[in-house]
Design a protein around this ligand. Sequence first.
Ligand code: 8NA
Ligand code: MG
Ligand code: MG
Length: 345
Amino acid sequence: GTPASMSRFRGALVAAVLGDCVGGEFEGAEEVPMETVLQHLSGLEDETKGNCVLEYSDDTAMTRCVVQSLLNRSGYDQQDLARRFAKEYSASPGRGYGSGVIQVLKKLASPQLVDVYQPARDQFNGRGSFGNGGAMRAAPFALAFPNLPDVKRFACLGAMLTHSCSLGYNGAVLQAMAVHLSLQGALCLPQQFISRLITEMEEVEGEEEALRDARILKEAEKPFCERLHRVRDLMDRNKVSIEEVISELGNGIAALHSVPTAIFCVLHCLQPRDYLPESYGGLERTIAYSLALGGDTDTIACMAGAIAGAHYGVEAVPQRWMRCCEGAEDADMNAARLHALYHQT
Ligand code: 8NA
Ligand code: MG
Ligand code: MG
């Protein structure tokens, strides 16, 4: 499709929901044989099963808040978004939220709260969360703002409502940038895509806070850049085992151990792979591969789904998969509304 086409918007938001819903089955599993993944996915083809049998989790619940807030306020409004997060959590607390972030969501519900970023700053003895909860809901920022500086700035602020550690919010910046570039058609040139992300993250991670957090957590000087270099090394290789991907990039709940992984899943699945069905298109390959990594499968598949969906477009989303996933129809409608907002601003 053409850059920033409606199909790409719909693909991004719908495939993110799909990744969350189908990935929920394996969340936290240490090893997931590809055979088991393919069985799970072929189960979605069963016409006798009802619609919306797979429920979405925190990833989609919070993404929906971001979408609704951006649409209602025609842009980023921190008070409104904070209120929506709190309201959504209190209405459905059982969506599988991270154990730390629940404290923030409870505090955000307080009418006395003056600074909406403060509860996040108080997390983990003042160090803030480096979980992937900011990144998992970052895609809508790329679908609302056409300019990259806006995408980076608002994805960062939107994440800081719950994740004040730079290793948390910079994961959101990276994820939103990946969706932004994919929406422009940048995945047609995968080498340039990854180089561009590295260049952008060099600047982002050159900030004082990022350098300081990386030092405190004993990570590389620029942790996301380091991981993106690993992504580039792995994508250049024809054969790479699941074990290597997990040990080089990770599959955990830290943004650092999941956002570069999601980006790798998309890049790796641009071509057919002999361990994936020939009948699968690129989007199906990306989701299946993300699940086979195990660990934080719903979130990695959700983030990879958003990036891949922006590349392949909504036509690549299997209808049978879509009807099994709670919230997919809704995401499709809201994507069209975001498309209008993006092209109007
Ligand atoms: P979060 O902010 O609670 O972070 C998630 C977890 O990361 C925390 O509970 C801690 O264990 C750890 N963590 C984060 N920052 C620090 C720190 N500074 N020091 C020490 N430990 C830290 O929640 P979130 O919104 O980032 O979490 C998102 C993830 O939780 C998603 O995967 C989502 O699907 C959900 N989830 C994941 C699992 C899983 O097993 N993978 C299970 C249930 C829910
Ligand atoms: Mg989840
Ligand atoms: Mg998860």
